[in-house]
Design a protein around this ligand. Structure first.
Ligand code: ARG
Length: 454
Protein backbone atom coordinates (compact mmCIF):
# COMPACT_ATOMS: atom_id res chain seq x y z
CA UNK A 1 0.00 0.00 0.00
CA UNK A 2 1.28 3.42 -0.89
CA UNK A 3 2.11 5.52 2.17
CA UNK A 4 0.56 8.94 2.33
CA UNK A 5 3.04 11.76 2.69
CA UNK A 6 3.13 13.02 6.23
CA UNK A 7 2.61 16.78 6.03
CA UNK A 8 3.50 17.18 9.66
CA UNK A 9 7.09 16.33 8.75
CA UNK A 10 7.60 19.59 6.89
CA UNK A 11 5.23 21.68 8.96
CA UNK A 12 6.72 23.91 11.62
CA UNK A 13 3.56 25.31 13.18
CA UNK A 14 3.91 23.03 16.23
CA UNK A 15 6.84 25.11 17.36
CA UNK A 16 6.97 28.35 15.37
CA UNK A 17 3.55 29.41 16.65
CA UNK A 18 5.59 30.84 19.46
CA UNK A 19 6.56 33.63 17.06
CA UNK A 20 3.02 34.92 16.58
CA UNK A 21 3.60 38.17 18.47
CA UNK A 22 6.68 39.02 16.42
CA UNK A 23 5.08 37.90 13.18
CA UNK A 24 1.99 40.06 13.65
CA UNK A 25 4.03 43.01 14.83
CA UNK A 26 6.15 42.85 11.66
CA UNK A 27 3.13 42.36 9.41
CA UNK A 28 1.28 45.33 10.85
CA UNK A 29 4.19 47.65 10.29
CA UNK A 30 4.68 46.26 6.78
CA UNK A 31 0.98 46.82 5.98
CA UNK A 32 1.07 50.32 7.37
CA UNK A 33 4.10 51.15 5.27
CA UNK A 34 2.38 49.77 2.14
CA UNK A 35 -0.46 52.17 2.90
CA UNK A 36 1.85 55.13 3.48
CA UNK A 37 3.62 54.43 0.20
CA UNK A 38 0.39 54.25 -1.78
CA UNK A 39 1.02 50.61 -2.66
CA UNK A 40 -2.20 49.82 -0.80
CA UNK A 41 -4.91 52.33 -0.06
CA UNK A 42 -4.99 53.68 3.48
CA UNK A 43 -8.31 51.93 3.93
CA UNK A 44 -6.92 48.58 2.81
CA UNK A 45 -3.93 48.95 5.04
CA UNK A 46 -6.18 49.84 8.00
CA UNK A 47 -8.43 46.82 7.45
CA UNK A 48 -5.43 44.51 7.29
CA UNK A 49 -3.96 45.94 10.51
CA UNK A 50 -7.29 45.64 12.34
CA UNK A 51 -7.65 42.04 11.20
CA UNK A 52 -4.14 41.22 12.35
CA UNK A 53 -4.79 42.80 15.72
CA UNK A 54 -7.94 40.72 16.17
CA UNK A 55 -5.97 37.58 15.38
CA UNK A 56 -3.34 38.55 17.91
CA UNK A 57 -5.98 38.97 20.61
CA UNK A 58 -7.58 35.63 19.74
CA UNK A 59 -4.25 33.85 19.99
CA UNK A 60 -3.55 35.63 23.29
CA UNK A 61 -6.81 34.34 24.67
CA UNK A 62 -6.15 30.81 23.46
CA UNK A 63 -9.11 31.06 21.07
CA UNK A 64 -7.12 30.50 17.90
CA UNK A 65 -6.75 27.16 16.26
CA UNK A 66 -3.38 26.57 14.67
CA UNK A 67 -3.49 24.10 11.85
CA UNK A 68 -0.80 21.95 10.25
CA UNK A 69 -2.65 22.40 6.98
CA UNK A 70 -1.02 25.82 6.76
CA UNK A 71 2.53 24.73 7.46
CA UNK A 72 3.93 27.60 9.47
CA UNK A 73 3.08 30.64 11.57
CA UNK A 74 3.04 32.97 8.57
CA UNK A 75 0.56 30.86 6.60
CA UNK A 76 -1.65 30.26 9.64
CA UNK A 77 -1.99 33.97 10.27
CA UNK A 78 -2.45 34.86 6.62
CA UNK A 79 -5.18 32.25 6.32
CA UNK A 80 -6.94 33.54 9.42
CA UNK A 81 -6.75 37.03 7.96
CA UNK A 82 -8.34 35.73 4.77
CA UNK A 83 -11.20 34.32 6.79
CA UNK A 84 -11.69 37.69 8.44
CA UNK A 85 -11.29 40.17 5.59
CA UNK A 86 -11.45 38.06 2.44
CA UNK A 87 -9.15 38.33 -0.59
CA UNK A 88 -7.74 41.65 0.63
CA UNK A 89 -5.65 39.49 2.98
CA UNK A 90 -3.62 38.47 -0.05
CA UNK A 91 -2.34 42.03 -0.43
CA UNK A 92 -0.45 41.91 2.86
CA UNK A 93 2.32 39.89 1.28
CA UNK A 94 3.01 42.53 -1.40
CA UNK A 95 6.74 43.13 -1.66
CA UNK A 96 7.48 40.51 0.94
CA UNK A 97 8.44 36.84 1.08
CA UNK A 98 8.32 34.38 3.92
CA UNK A 99 12.09 34.35 3.63
CA UNK A 100 12.58 37.93 4.74
CA UNK A 101 9.54 37.65 7.01
CA UNK A 102 10.98 34.81 9.10
CA UNK A 103 14.35 36.55 9.27
CA UNK A 104 12.55 39.56 10.71
CA UNK A 105 10.51 37.53 13.20
CA UNK A 106 13.59 35.77 14.49
CA UNK A 107 15.53 38.98 14.87
CA UNK A 108 12.74 40.58 16.89
CA UNK A 109 12.47 37.44 18.99
CA UNK A 110 16.20 37.28 19.66
CA UNK A 111 16.34 40.94 20.63
CA UNK A 112 13.49 40.46 23.11
CA UNK A 113 14.98 37.26 24.51
CA UNK A 114 18.41 38.76 24.89
CA UNK A 115 16.82 41.59 26.77
CA UNK A 116 15.22 39.14 29.18
CA UNK A 117 18.43 37.14 29.62
CA UNK A 118 20.41 40.29 30.20
CA UNK A 119 17.98 41.27 32.98
CA UNK A 120 18.38 37.79 34.44
CA UNK A 121 22.13 38.21 34.43
CA UNK A 122 21.79 41.53 36.20
CA UNK A 123 19.68 39.81 38.87
CA UNK A 124 22.24 37.06 39.36
CA UNK A 125 25.07 39.58 39.52
CA UNK A 126 23.16 41.48 42.20
CA UNK A 127 22.72 38.31 44.28
CA UNK A 128 26.41 37.47 43.97
CA UNK A 129 27.43 41.00 44.84
CA UNK A 130 25.31 41.07 47.98
CA UNK A 131 26.63 37.69 49.12
CA UNK A 132 30.18 38.81 48.48
CA UNK A 133 29.63 41.95 50.50
CA UNK A 134 28.22 39.98 53.43
CA UNK A 135 31.20 37.64 53.40
CA UNK A 136 34.24 39.80 52.87
CA UNK A 137 35.71 38.82 56.21
CA UNK A 138 35.15 35.11 55.89
CA UNK A 139 38.31 33.29 54.88
CA UNK A 140 38.82 30.06 53.03
CA UNK A 141 41.59 28.41 51.10
CA UNK A 142 41.76 29.41 47.45
CA UNK A 143 42.35 26.28 45.38
CA UNK A 144 44.43 25.32 42.41
CA UNK A 145 44.16 21.74 41.13
CA UNK A 146 41.49 21.43 43.82
CA UNK A 147 44.37 21.49 46.33
CA UNK A 148 44.41 24.12 49.04
CA UNK A 149 46.62 26.94 47.82
CA UNK A 150 46.48 30.32 49.55
CA UNK A 151 43.94 31.89 51.88
CA UNK A 152 41.46 34.28 50.31
CA UNK A 153 38.44 36.29 51.30
CA UNK A 154 35.16 34.55 50.47
CA UNK A 155 34.01 37.90 49.08
CA UNK A 156 36.92 37.77 46.63
CA UNK A 157 36.07 34.22 45.63
CA UNK A 158 32.43 35.11 44.95
CA UNK A 159 33.37 38.23 43.03
CA UNK A 160 35.28 36.02 40.57
CA UNK A 161 31.87 34.74 39.43
CA UNK A 162 30.58 38.28 39.29
CA UNK A 163 33.28 39.03 36.74
CA UNK A 164 32.27 36.06 34.59
CA UNK A 165 28.64 37.12 34.50
CA UNK A 166 29.63 40.69 33.83
CA UNK A 167 31.43 39.50 30.71
CA UNK A 168 28.32 37.53 29.75
CA UNK A 169 26.32 40.74 29.83
CA UNK A 170 28.80 42.32 27.44
CA UNK A 171 28.62 39.27 25.20
CA UNK A 172 24.81 39.38 25.10
CA UNK A 173 24.93 43.09 24.30
CA UNK A 174 26.92 42.15 21.21
CA UNK A 175 24.34 39.51 20.32
CA UNK A 176 21.68 42.18 20.57
CA UNK A 177 23.63 44.35 18.15
CA UNK A 178 24.12 41.48 15.77
CA UNK A 179 20.34 40.87 15.68
CA UNK A 180 19.55 44.55 15.38
CA UNK A 181 19.46 44.64 11.56
CA UNK A 182 16.17 44.90 9.66
CA UNK A 183 15.88 42.41 6.76
CA UNK A 184 12.42 43.23 5.35
CA UNK A 185 12.61 44.41 1.74
CA UNK A 186 14.98 41.61 0.80
CA UNK A 187 12.01 39.70 -0.61
CA UNK A 188 12.65 36.09 -1.54
CA UNK A 189 16.32 36.79 -2.21
CA UNK A 190 16.96 39.64 -4.62
CA UNK A 191 15.02 42.56 -3.16
CA UNK A 192 11.74 43.90 -4.50
CA UNK A 193 10.53 46.26 -7.20
CA UNK A 194 7.95 47.95 -5.00
CA UNK A 195 8.87 51.26 -3.47
CA UNK A 196 9.09 50.11 0.08
CA UNK A 197 10.22 52.48 2.80
CA UNK A 198 12.63 50.20 4.57
CA UNK A 199 13.96 52.92 6.84
CA UNK A 200 10.53 53.71 8.16
CA UNK A 201 9.84 50.03 8.86
CA UNK A 202 13.16 49.69 10.69
CA UNK A 203 12.42 52.76 12.72
CA UNK A 204 8.90 51.64 13.65
CA UNK A 205 10.18 48.23 14.72
CA UNK A 206 13.09 49.67 16.68
CA UNK A 207 15.91 48.42 14.48
CA UNK A 208 19.19 50.26 14.31
CA UNK A 209 20.12 49.51 10.71
CA UNK A 210 19.04 47.90 7.44
CA UNK A 211 20.49 44.75 5.94
CA UNK A 212 22.64 45.76 2.96
CA UNK A 213 22.54 42.62 0.85
CA UNK A 214 19.25 40.87 0.18
CA UNK A 215 20.86 37.50 -0.54
CA UNK A 216 22.76 37.59 2.73
CA UNK A 217 19.77 38.93 4.64
CA UNK A 218 17.40 36.04 3.90
CA UNK A 219 19.97 33.39 4.77
CA UNK A 220 22.00 35.08 7.49
CA UNK A 221 21.66 33.39 10.87
CA UNK A 222 24.92 34.70 12.33
CA UNK A 223 22.90 36.40 15.03
CA UNK A 224 21.66 32.96 16.08
CA UNK A 225 25.18 31.55 16.16
CA UNK A 226 26.16 34.58 18.22
CA UNK A 227 23.24 33.96 20.53
CA UNK A 228 24.07 30.28 20.97
CA UNK A 229 27.77 31.02 21.51
CA UNK A 230 27.09 33.63 24.17
CA UNK A 231 24.60 31.26 25.79
CA UNK A 232 27.06 28.37 25.75
CA UNK A 233 29.73 30.48 27.43
CA UNK A 234 27.19 31.68 29.99
CA UNK A 235 26.21 28.05 30.59
CA UNK A 236 29.86 27.23 31.25
CA UNK A 237 29.93 29.90 33.93
CA UNK A 238 26.69 28.72 35.47
CA UNK A 239 27.96 25.16 35.44
CA UNK A 240 31.22 26.11 37.14
CA UNK A 241 29.37 27.94 39.89
CA UNK A 242 27.04 24.97 40.32
CA UNK A 243 29.98 22.59 40.48
CA UNK A 244 31.52 24.71 43.21
CA UNK A 245 28.26 24.67 45.15
CA UNK A 246 27.96 20.89 44.77
CA UNK A 247 31.51 20.39 46.06
CA UNK A 248 31.12 22.90 48.86
CA UNK A 249 27.90 21.36 50.08
CA UNK A 250 29.39 17.87 50.27
CA UNK A 251 30.08 16.48 53.73
CA UNK A 252 33.78 16.36 52.86
CA UNK A 253 33.90 20.11 52.37
CA UNK A 254 30.90 21.31 54.36
CA UNK A 255 31.54 24.90 53.31
CA UNK A 256 27.97 25.74 52.36
CA UNK A 257 24.51 25.13 53.55
CA UNK A 258 21.89 25.30 50.83
CA UNK A 259 18.44 26.48 51.69
CA UNK A 260 16.10 23.47 51.88
CA UNK A 261 14.23 24.86 48.86
CA UNK A 262 17.26 23.98 46.79
CA UNK A 263 17.91 20.47 48.02
CA UNK A 264 15.92 17.28 47.95
CA UNK A 265 16.08 14.13 50.00
CA UNK A 266 16.75 10.68 48.74
CA UNK A 267 13.89 8.22 48.51
CA UNK A 268 16.05 5.60 50.21
CA UNK A 269 18.66 7.39 52.30
CA UNK A 270 16.93 9.61 54.85
CA UNK A 271 20.05 11.58 55.77
CA UNK A 272 20.58 12.94 52.25
CA UNK A 273 20.27 16.61 51.27
CA UNK A 274 21.09 16.52 47.61
CA UNK A 275 21.99 19.77 45.85
CA UNK A 276 19.66 18.96 42.95
CA UNK A 277 19.18 22.50 41.69
CA UNK A 278 22.92 23.05 41.40
CA UNK A 279 23.32 19.66 39.73
CA UNK A 280 20.58 20.36 37.22
CA UNK A 281 21.99 23.84 36.61
CA UNK A 282 25.30 22.15 35.82
CA UNK A 283 23.64 19.53 33.65
CA UNK A 284 21.62 22.06 31.65
CA UNK A 285 24.84 23.21 30.01
CA UNK A 286 24.72 20.01 27.94
CA UNK A 287 21.64 20.99 26.01
CA UNK A 288 22.84 24.57 25.56
CA UNK A 289 26.13 23.34 24.05
CA UNK A 290 24.13 20.87 21.96
CA UNK A 291 21.97 23.65 20.58
CA UNK A 292 25.05 25.62 19.54
CA UNK A 293 26.42 22.60 17.71
CA UNK A 294 23.02 21.99 16.09
CA UNK A 295 22.93 25.55 14.77
CA UNK A 296 26.48 25.46 13.46
CA UNK A 297 25.76 22.16 11.74
CA UNK A 298 22.50 23.34 10.18
CA UNK A 299 24.25 26.34 8.65
CA UNK A 300 27.57 25.00 7.57
CA UNK A 301 26.55 23.38 4.29
CA UNK A 302 24.03 25.91 3.03
CA UNK A 303 24.58 27.63 -0.29
CA UNK A 304 22.96 31.01 -0.75
CA UNK A 305 20.21 31.88 -0.15
CA UNK A 306 17.24 30.62 1.85
CA UNK A 307 17.14 26.86 2.31
CA UNK A 308 14.43 25.02 4.13
CA UNK A 309 16.99 23.58 6.54
CA UNK A 310 16.72 26.96 8.24
CA UNK A 311 13.36 25.95 9.62
CA UNK A 312 15.37 23.78 12.02
CA UNK A 313 16.84 26.88 13.66
CA UNK A 314 13.82 27.46 15.89
CA UNK A 315 13.61 24.65 18.40
CA UNK A 316 17.24 24.96 19.53
CA UNK A 317 16.71 28.70 19.86
CA UNK A 318 13.56 28.39 21.98
CA UNK A 319 15.14 25.70 24.09
CA UNK A 320 18.23 27.75 24.86
CA UNK A 321 16.23 30.89 25.63
CA UNK A 322 14.07 28.93 28.08
CA UNK A 323 17.00 27.07 29.61
CA UNK A 324 19.19 30.09 30.18
CA UNK A 325 16.35 32.31 31.45
CA UNK A 326 15.04 29.79 33.94
CA UNK A 327 18.51 28.76 35.10
CA UNK A 328 19.55 32.35 35.74
CA UNK A 329 16.45 32.89 37.87
CA UNK A 330 17.13 29.71 39.87
CA UNK A 331 20.78 30.61 40.38
CA UNK A 332 19.89 34.07 41.55
CA UNK A 333 17.53 32.85 44.26
CA UNK A 334 19.83 29.99 45.26
CA UNK A 335 22.66 32.47 45.76
CA UNK A 336 20.42 34.78 47.76
CA UNK A 337 19.63 32.08 50.28
CA UNK A 338 22.96 30.25 50.48
CA UNK A 339 24.85 30.36 53.76
CA UNK A 340 28.46 29.56 54.53
CA UNK A 341 30.16 27.64 57.29
CA UNK A 342 32.86 30.00 58.49
CA UNK A 343 34.44 27.50 60.91
CA UNK A 344 34.80 24.80 58.29
CA UNK A 345 36.41 27.21 55.89
CA UNK A 346 38.73 28.53 58.54
CA UNK A 347 39.81 25.10 59.67
CA UNK A 348 40.45 24.11 56.07
CA UNK A 349 43.06 26.87 56.04
CA UNK A 350 44.41 25.92 59.45
CA UNK A 351 44.76 22.28 58.53
CA UNK A 352 46.61 22.94 55.37
CA UNK A 353 49.84 24.66 54.68
CA UNK A 354 48.28 27.49 52.78
CA UNK A 355 50.63 29.98 54.37
CA UNK A 356 53.63 28.33 52.71
CA UNK A 357 53.85 30.98 49.97
CA UNK A 358 53.85 33.70 52.61
CA UNK A 359 56.71 31.98 54.44
CA UNK A 360 58.69 31.75 51.21
CA UNK A 361 57.95 35.44 50.55
CA UNK A 362 59.18 36.16 54.10
CA UNK A 363 62.55 34.59 53.28
CA UNK A 364 62.71 36.50 50.01
CA UNK A 365 62.24 39.74 51.92
CA UNK A 366 65.15 38.70 54.12
CA UNK A 367 67.29 38.45 50.98
CA UNK A 368 66.94 34.84 49.85
CA UNK A 369 66.33 34.25 46.11
CA UNK A 370 62.75 33.06 45.54
CA UNK A 371 63.75 29.71 44.02
CA UNK A 372 65.82 28.87 47.11
CA UNK A 373 63.07 30.06 49.44
CA UNK A 374 60.65 27.81 47.57
CA UNK A 375 62.94 24.81 48.19
CA UNK A 376 63.37 25.64 51.90
CA UNK A 377 59.65 25.95 52.49
CA UNK A 378 58.98 22.84 50.46
CA UNK A 379 61.29 20.91 52.86
CA UNK A 380 59.58 22.58 55.78
CA UNK A 381 56.21 21.49 54.42
CA UNK A 382 57.37 17.87 53.98
CA UNK A 383 58.56 17.96 57.58
CA UNK A 384 55.27 19.22 59.04
CA UNK A 385 53.30 16.72 57.00
CA UNK A 386 55.51 13.86 58.20
CA UNK A 387 55.33 14.95 61.82
CA UNK A 388 51.61 15.73 61.56
CA UNK A 389 51.93 19.35 62.56
CA UNK A 390 50.75 22.59 61.04
CA UNK A 391 53.25 25.00 59.64
CA UNK A 392 52.00 27.95 61.71
CA UNK A 393 52.39 25.94 64.95
CA UNK A 394 56.14 25.46 64.62
CA UNK A 395 58.50 27.05 67.13
CA UNK A 396 61.20 29.44 66.00
CA UNK A 397 63.89 26.80 66.78
CA UNK A 398 62.24 24.41 64.37
CA UNK A 399 62.06 27.11 61.69
CA UNK A 400 65.73 27.82 62.17
CA UNK A 401 66.58 24.20 61.38
CA UNK A 402 65.52 25.02 57.84
CA UNK A 403 67.00 28.49 57.49
CA UNK A 404 68.91 30.82 59.74
CA UNK A 405 67.05 33.73 58.17
CA UNK A 406 63.94 32.94 60.22
CA UNK A 407 63.44 35.29 63.16
CA UNK A 408 60.75 35.81 65.75
CA UNK A 409 58.68 37.95 63.37
CA UNK A 410 57.88 34.80 61.39
CA UNK A 411 54.95 34.41 63.76
CA UNK A 412 53.47 37.56 62.22
CA UNK A 413 52.51 35.41 59.29
CA UNK A 414 48.84 34.88 59.94
CA UNK A 415 45.86 34.26 57.71
CA UNK A 416 44.68 37.86 58.08
CA UNK A 417 48.12 39.25 57.32
CA UNK A 418 48.53 36.93 54.40
CA UNK A 419 45.25 38.04 52.88
CA UNK A 420 45.82 41.72 53.51
CA UNK A 421 49.34 41.61 52.14
CA UNK A 422 47.95 40.76 48.70
CA UNK A 423 47.02 44.32 48.07
CA UNK A 424 48.01 44.55 44.43
CA UNK A 425 45.11 45.77 42.26
CA UNK A 426 42.92 42.70 41.75
CA UNK A 427 44.30 40.90 44.82
CA UNK A 428 42.42 39.51 47.80
CA UNK A 429 43.39 42.14 50.44
CA UNK A 430 40.16 43.16 52.19
CA UNK A 431 40.63 46.76 51.20
CA UNK A 432 40.73 45.76 47.56
CA UNK A 433 37.76 43.45 47.84
CA UNK A 434 35.75 46.20 49.47
CA UNK A 435 36.64 48.71 46.81
CA UNK A 436 35.96 46.26 43.97
CA UNK A 437 32.53 45.57 45.46
CA UNK A 438 31.87 49.27 45.74
CA UNK A 439 32.84 49.89 42.11
CA UNK A 440 30.79 46.90 40.97
CA UNK A 441 27.75 48.25 42.77
CA UNK A 442 28.05 51.62 41.06
CA UNK A 443 28.55 50.04 37.64
CA UNK A 444 25.65 47.66 38.10
CA UNK A 445 23.35 50.54 38.92
CA UNK A 446 24.54 52.40 35.85
CA UNK A 447 24.02 49.37 33.63
CA UNK A 448 20.52 48.81 34.98
CA UNK A 449 19.69 52.45 34.35
CA UNK A 450 21.05 52.50 30.80
CA UNK A 451 19.60 49.18 29.71
CA UNK A 452 21.12 46.80 27.21
CA UNK A 453 21.36 49.24 24.32
CA UNK A 454 24.16 51.36 25.78
N1 ARG B 1 8.74 28.71 7.99
C1 ARG B 1 9.94 28.89 7.25
C2 ARG B 1 11.13 28.91 8.20
O1 ARG B 1 10.92 28.81 9.33
C3 ARG B 1 9.92 30.18 6.54
C4 ARG B 1 9.21 30.04 5.27
C5 ARG B 1 10.08 29.99 4.08
N2 ARG B 1 9.66 28.87 3.36
C6 ARG B 1 9.79 28.76 2.07
N3 ARG B 1 9.33 27.69 1.53
N4 ARG B 1 10.36 29.68 1.34
O2 ARG B 1 12.27 29.01 7.81
Amino acid sequence: MERKLDKSYTSSIKFDKRLYVQDIKGSKVHAEMLGNQGILTIEESGLICDGLEQIRLEINKGMFEFSEKFEDIHMNIENALFEKIGPLAGKLHTGRSRNDQIALDLRIFVKESVHEIWEGLLGLRTSILNKAEENIEIYLPGYTHLQRGQPVSLGHHLMAYYEMFKRDCIRFTRVYESADVMPLGSGALSGTSYELDRKWVANELGFKSLSVNSMDAVSDRDFLMDFHSASAICAVHISRLCEEIVIWSSEEFGFTQLDSDFTTGSSMMPQKRNPDFAEIGRGKSGRVFGNLVAMLTILKGLPLTYNRDLQEDKEPLFDTVDTISSTLAVMSSMLKSISFNEDKMRSAIDNSNSLATDIADYLVRKGMPFREAHRVVSNLTDYVIETKQNIHELSLEKYKLFSQLFESDVTNITIENSINSRNVFGGTALKNVKSSIKTAKQNLKKEARNGIKD
